[in-house]
Design a binder for this molecule. Structure first.
Ligand code: GTP
Ligand code: NA
Ligand code: MG
Length: 342
């Protein structure tokens, strides 16, 4: 099959990297939001999820209108880079299809960059390196929203030569972590060699390049994996108390569908709990799931999505565990056993 008539789901993309590499800021640049500015101490402390519909991604790239994109959008998972949150990096890397490892070009690979790369290696997750903060190169002339090749052409010889040696250094460091890597526009073996995309989260150079790799190249290399299937797969990210909805759980719907009213089993500190989905909610497109905001109500949602579910009895749900749907006639005891096992 050439895959043309398949229904693909949105790829799930996890953003990983050392603290302050610019993970949240890159997302803010794409969403035109300011989540990073609202974080205590500028530090991310919770895993996040944002759905980027394909129309919005098109707007942010210089892609011709007739160029096809086979996926309906992109679900981006933001993770903290601070060393104490390795559990959330593990969770993010466990449920994603592709990762973006953000590296500060002025600092190269740092401790949690290497930790993240090791996580991905261990789980066989493909990744792209966003070599961020190119605007910090001394003398950089900003070219807002320009594709990176165009922005680089615009720079002085000094900037270009600093850029070159810093890229070479990162390539060497990646090699030490066990990966061959190359600037994506010079990469002749994209199947084996890790793509590097230089970016700025402040002036947005390279952002079109990064988005295009994610929505055009990623579906090409994992068509099978991104084919929508009805087997429901869903992971709990966070548990919250909401003044309007009571207990809510934030989940990532990886595959299949969820419905308002579905009977579900979730693991809690007191064992598996069976309950019903009272409300099935999402933030508006391009909005962060964990941010307090206005939610859209749904009767049905199809993967991939970041979802907020209002439920009774799940105050002590355990983050990182699976949510299981029980259909009429299903063996509840078996579903509960499965929930505990995951
Ligand atoms: P944690 O989530 O805490 O691990 O950090 P992070 O990787 O999300 O980095 P964050 O987005 O918080 O950015 C850290 C700092 O770097 C902030 O002050 C940003 O404004 C700044 N920053 C991020 N990206 C860029 C960039 O491309 N250029 C410049 N000049 N500054 C940047
Ligand atoms: Na930060
Ligand atoms: Mg952050």
């Amino acid at each position: 099959s050439n895959g043309v008539d398949r229904e693909l789901r949105a790829p799930i993309c996890c953003i990983l990297g050392h603290v302050d590499a610019g993970k949240t800021k890159l997302l803010d640049c794409i969403r035109q939001s300011n989540v990073q500015g609202g974080e205590a101490g500028g530090i991310t402390q919770q895993i996040g999820a944002t759905y980027l519909p394909v129309e919005n991604i098109r707007e942010r790239t210089s892609l011709k209108a007739e160029a096809t994109i086979k996926v309906p959008g992109l679900l981006v998972i933001d993770t903290p880079g601070h060393q104490s949150f390795s559990n959330m990096r593990l969770r993010g890397s466990s449920l994603c299809d592709i990762a973006v490892v953000v590296v500060d070009i002025t600092r190269g690979l740092e401790k949690q960059t290497i930790e993240s790369i090791d996580l991905l290696k261990h789980r066989n997750v493909r990744f792209i390196v966003a070599l961020n903060k190119v605007d910090r190169l001394y003398g950089w002339k900003t070219c807002p929203h320009a594709p990176i090749a165009k922005a680089l052409k615009n720079q002085s010889e000094d900037v270009q030569s600093e850029f070159k040696w810093r890229v070479t250094e990162v390539v060497t460091q990646l090699k030490e972590s066990g990966f061959n890597a190359a600037l994506y526009y010079e990469n002749k073996k994209m199947k084996e060699v890790v793509n590097i995309v230089p970016t700025s989260a402040v002036s947005a150079e390279g952002i079109p390049d990064l988005l295009l790799l994610l929505v055009r190249w990623v579906p090409e290399i994992m068509m099978e994996r991104l084919t929508y299937v009805n087997n429901m797969e869903c992971t709990v990210l966070e548990v919250n108390e909401d003044k309007d909805f009571g207990t809510t759980i934030d989940v990532v719907l990886i595959n299949g569908a969820l419905h308002k009213g579905d009977r579900i089993v979730v693991c809690t500190k007191q064992g598996p709990v069976t309950t019903n989905i009272r409300y099935l909610l999402t933030p508006y497109p391009m909005k962060e799931l964990k941010a307090k905001g206005v939610y859209k109500h749904h009767e049905e949602l199809k993967a991939a999505q970041g979802v907020k579910i209002a439920v009774r009895g799940l105050r002590h749900a355990i983050a990182g565990t699976a949510l299981i749907v029980v259909k009429p006639g299903d063996d509840l005891e078996r579903a509960e056993a499965a929930a505990v096992q995951e």
